[in-house]
Design a protein around this ligand. Structure first.
Ligand code: SF4
Length: 189
């Protein structure tokens, strides 16, 4: 069977596990990394290193989009007005749209026809919020997209199992400086 090609945006290795496992029988998957939200730099390096390792272990092609200081400044401009809001609200919809919009522009340039994201694996991420951002960015680029909620059908559980099996680092906050502060406050209580 010839599988159709997709570009799958990945936020981290643990979330990639379940989404990749769900999609691999049907699609020929290229993975793309673009996450200027992740703070601090050492954390970003750690997550990317784990993603590289996992992609290698499942023999998947990983594309790393350039992410320089300008990307980080632009990302911050897109969310800063909503920084005071808790995780799951407008700050996150803007953050996710920013990343997926970059991904779909790249996909269009490279002639992919269909895109997806791992972002619905997390129980903290609303599938409606993520799929709305994916839909908007895909329509902008004239691409098809896979609407999914990868946490369902035991997807989140699968991500924990596969992360343990591959000894992956699992972070305890979403990624940005705001979510890091929220996580620290929560653990101090
Ligand atoms: S909590 Fe996560 S999705 Fe929300 S703004 Fe921060 S990094 Fe982005």
């Amino acid at each position: 069977m010839i599988k159709s090609k997709i570009l799958l945006h990945a936020c981290c290795a643990p979330c990639l596990t379940a989404a990749h496992d769900r999609l691999k029988s049907e699609y020929d998957i290229d993975i793309v990394w673009y996450n200027p939200n992740i703070y601090p730099v050492d954390e970003e390096k750690k997550r990317l290193a784990e993603l590289r390792r996992y992609a290698g272990e499942v023999k998947a092609n990983l594309i790393e989009l350039p992410c320089n200081d300008d990307d980080i400044v632009e990302w911050k401009q897109s969310v800063v007005s909503f920084a005071h809001l808790p995780e799951g609200q407008r700050r996150c919809s803007e953050c996710i749209y920013f990343r997926l919009n970059k991904m779909t522009k790249f996909a269009k340039k490279e002639k992919y026809k269909r895109v997806a994201t791992t972002l619905t694996v997390s129980p903290k991420k609303s599938a409606i919020l993520v799929n709305n951002a994916l839909k908007k960015s895909s329509i902008n680029a004239g691409l098809e997209y896979i609407e999914a909620d990868f946490k369902k059908q035991n997807g989140y559980l699968k991500s924990i199992e596969l992360s343990k099996a591959h000894n992956l680092y699992r972070q305890n906050y979403c990624g940005c400086e705001y979510s890091l502060s929220e996580s620290k406050q929560k653990h101090e209580i």
